[in-house]
Design a protein around this ligand. Sequence first.
Ligand SMILES: O=P(O)(O)OC[C@H]1O[C@H](OP(=O)(O)OP(=O)(O)O)[C@H](O)[C@@H]1O
Ligand SMILES: O=c1cc[nH]c(=O)[nH]1
Ligand SMILES: [Mg+2]
Length: 216
Amino acid sequence: MTQRLLVYVPPHPLIKHWLGVVRDVATPSVLFRSAITELGRWLTYEAARDWLPTQDTTVQTPLAACPATFVDPQVPVAVVPILRAGLGLLEGAQTLLPLASIYHLGLVRNEETLEPSCYLNKLPEKFDPQTRVLITDPMLATGGSIMTAMAELTHRGVDPALTRIICVVAAPPALQKLSAEYPGLTVYAATIDETVNDRGFIVPGLGDAGDRIFGT
Ligand SMILES: O=P(O)(O)OC[C@H]1O[C@H](OP(=O)(O)OP(=O)(O)O)[C@H](O)[C@@H]1O
Ligand SMILES: O=c1cc[nH]c(=O)[nH]1
Ligand SMILES: [Mg+2]
């Protein structure tokens, strides 16, 4: 079977609600931050559906033996927030994945060339090939940053088929690049917007996610 990039936009009222809040230019930083946290929570919930490994067992209730399913603690789970803005989605993700290891990757785009450069890399040298990786970055625009992140991860043994990206707004250039290089990868987005303007901003988008989260 040919593998394809899967992009899900979960039709969830809470995701729609918090997306409206972060799009609104009048939303102050403190509310923007908590809205991004909520989006991190609900997008992680959706992404975990067919991704988080489980094991079947039996438990004894007060009345009888009963089949039960638990999250498998043996399979490593990693969250990779793309700094800065990916930190905004991390808190919500972490509440659902309390045992996950967090590996920070700091990327910033040059405002003129839009080329990303890496200023912090806390990735391990090698990942266990079974590791479930969740990447958090609210904006996939030209795709330069997410492609850099994917190259760093796959170079260290991460399997794209076991990787999920959660983002708030995805734009066509980023999705096209991911699709060409990483079929089998899955993206969860609150929305897919139409365009990226000549300054690299997604339109209508939500502006500069990092600046709005951190009030800079
Ligand atoms: O798809 P791209 O064109 O690469 O753009 C997306 C990147 O831009 C933003 O980061 P930014 O460089 O603004 O850094 P910040 O998170 O520190 O604000 C955003 O958080 C993404 O990482
Ligand atoms: O619209 C955009 C594009 C990239 N990064 C952002 O923060 N916003
Ligand atoms: Mg920014």
